[in-house]
Write a protein that binds this ligand. Structure first.
Ligand code: HEM
Length: 569
């Protein structure tokens, strides 16, 4: 007699044996049956995986958070299942969520919050900790992948996203374009590009039936500042102030007008899918996305992606044109007097030998486009938002505006295009811009991640912990700035508080290795622009209850623009 050795026979009458016998009876008999069984098994495994993930997330946001985490002693808002505190983080514009948390929970300048799926985050507010993260050991605390993927998509995978030696080298190469001498030489270009804006605003007031015109100052300032960066950095005369349909200006407007918490959540979701960033980056290289524009609901997810891909494609297309013009002209893009423009350096670096190996033109082109995107993305939108928020702060503080006008007009009445040294000497202008950068920073937050376990300011930080740098919350810390920290008071810059730290009490440009390379350039641009505008115009809110919403994806912009009443003076 032949005895068939099966699992069920080995396990006998035990429960497992019965289960094995059942499986044997239902074993597939045909190829189709095997396929169905394989699919069933895969579905079961996937289901188990999802179940395990859900259990893990629930554990992270409950038991682990309160009883196990080495960070449990830190205070912070209660996390919600799955989403942690992301709802407040995303839906409260102007980083108000972090400001509220910092005031409610921070002890010794530290509090914690929870990101999606229970990922822990520790917010440090004080100089000692910020110095360690940003200045002393910056490459141990890089941007987490979710941040560099988002930045990379919009501002190119360049200086903002690289780390370590690659970053050090790239930054060293770019530094000469941002030397004060170079920037002072390009200062006259700012006048060339801001005075056409003055003409446009004057014309609008003349055409109005009242003594003022209501003008979206954010939109117009954006155009003038785009013209400045295009000419000084890339030798490209966009002239978008006189030519509002300029391709680059309208594409930029399409992308930046999408900035809000909801779209940030959508983008983060896609960017964190496997290959999500590669697919989006590749998709923005190809054309045809205009097909989907306006086919879907205004705020729908589909509309967000069509608008983003179409906008990014158009920006990349113009960037390529700028680059090829530069390559074909064989000339430098630097303006009169200026020794180097960013694109001159990009060209020198990428068309020269690279570690002994010549790069192919295609690779060089890709790298160069990345750099163009970085400087357009990081340099234009930020400074334009800086000027817009300063105008808003002045419009809502008429006494400060009058005082500033007096200072600027005295200079501008003598010379419409004063040299940099004269503008630099305007101390109230300096105080107004500093104060505006403090309470309305164009970049309200950024984030780092602990790539190793370490102690920061005496707090044990496990590897992988997120370290949000809450710029706006730090800038408005009442512990440093006093009870009136939330108020716009330029005068405070003439009498700085005792606890003021030069590098870390106003951290709008952050600090250290990744600190803003364009900080001085943006101050020069903002000073020239504001000085010209307040010398020629008076700005008022359009109504008593006007309150622009501080939308933020990467930069903080006034949602739906910044309409103001503009009067001639
Ligand atoms: C008011 C205007 C500006 C603000 C508030 C601002 C803010 C910042 C901040 C916060 C960072 C650090 C981001 C991070 O690492 O998490 C940064 C980096 C950077 N900014 Fe600016 N920025 C401004 C203007 C400019 C200008 C005018 C340029 C160039 C034309 C520029 C180019 C860059 C670049 C290339 C980086 C990356 C630096 C690196 O990682 O080494 N920015 N900026």
């Amino acid at each position: 007699m032949q005895y068939k050795l099966t699992t069920s026979s080995l396990l006998g009458d035990s429960a497992l044996g019965k289960l094995a016998a059942l499986a044997q009876r239902h074993a597939p008999q045909t190829p189709l049956g095997y396929v169905a069984a394989a699919i069933g098994t895969l579905a079961l495994l996937f289901g188990l995986l999802v179940f395990a993930l859900i259990v893990r997330i629930i554990y992270n946001t409950t038991l682990y958070h309160y009883y196990v985490s080495p960070l449990r002693h830190l205070k912070g808002p209660k996390p919600k299942l799955f989403i942690g505190n992301m709802d407040e983080f995303i839906t409260k514009p102007g980083a108000v969520g972090e400001i509220e948390w910092s005031r409610k929970y921070a002890e010794n300048g530290v509090f914690r919050s929870t990101f999606m799926f229970g990922r822990e985050a520790v917010h440090f507010m004080r100089p000692k900790a910020l110095r360690q993260i940003l200045v002393e050991d910056p490459y141990s605390y890089p941007k987490p992948s979710m941040a560099w993927k988002l930045l990379g998509l919009i501002a190119g995978y360049g200086l903002l996203t690289v780390e370590g030696d690659t970053h050090r080298k790239m930054r060293k190469t770019m530094n000469p374009a941002f030397s004060l001498t170079n920037l002072i030489e390009q200062f006259p270009v700012y006048y060339d590009k801001v005075y056409p804006l003055v003409d446009v605003l004057r014309k609008k007031i003349d055409e109005s039936s009242e003594e003022h015109a209501i003008i979206d100052c954010d939109a117009w300032v954006n155009k003038a500042l785009l013209d400045i960066i295009c000419l000084t950095a890339f030798g490209y005369d966009a002239d978008s102030v006189n030519n509002p349909d300029n391709e680059l200006a309208s594409a930029y407007h399409a992308v930046t007008s999408m900035q809000n918490g909801q779209n940030q959540a959508r983008l983060n979701l896609v960017l964190n899918l496997p290959f999500g960033d590669t697919v989006l980056d590749w998709a923005s290289d190809v054309s045809g996305w205009e097909w989907g524009l306006n086919r879907f609901g205004k705020d729908s997810a589909a509309q967000t992606f069509f608008q983003l891909l179409n906008g990014m494609h158009r920006i990349k297309k113009v960037s390529k044109q700028i680059l090829h013009k530069q390559l074909n002209s064989g000339e430098r893009a630097a303006q009169a007097g200026q020794s180097k423009a960013i694109i001159d350096i990009i060209e020198e670096t990428y068309l020269s030998e690279n570690d002994g190996k010549p790069k192919s033109l295609k690779e060089a082109e890709r790298n160069m486009i990345t750099q163009v995107l970085t400087f357009l993305g990081a340099g234009h939108e930020t400074t334009a938002s800086g000027v817009s928020w300063t105008l808003w702060n002045l419009a809502t503080h008429p006494e400060a505006q009058d005082k500033l006008r007096k200072e600027c007009k005295e200079l501008m009445d003598q010379d419409e295009r004063p040299p940099y040294s004269a503008v630099k000497a305007l101390t109230y202008l300096d105080a107004v811009i500093n104060e505006s950068m403090r309470i309305t920073p164009p970049v309200p937050r950024t984030v780092r991640c602990a790539s190793k376990a370490s102690y920061i300011d005496g707090v044990y930080i496990p590897k992988g912990t997120l370290l949000p740098i809450s710029n706006r919350a730090i800038n408005m810390d009442p512990e440093v700035w006093g009870a009136d920290a939330d108020e716009f008071k330029p005068e405070r810059w003439f009498n700085l508080p005792e606890k003021y730290d030069r590098t870390f009490s106003m951290i709008t440009f952050i600090a250290g290795a990744h600190g803003c390379i364009g900080r001085t350039m943006s101050y020069l641009e903002m000073k020239a622009t504001i000085c010209i505008l307040v010398s020629n115009f008076r700005f008022e809110p359009i109504s008593k209850d006007q309150s622009p919403v501080m939308d933020a994806l990467i930069t903080m912009k006034p949602k739906d623009g910044l309409p103001l009443k503009v009067f001639k003076v």
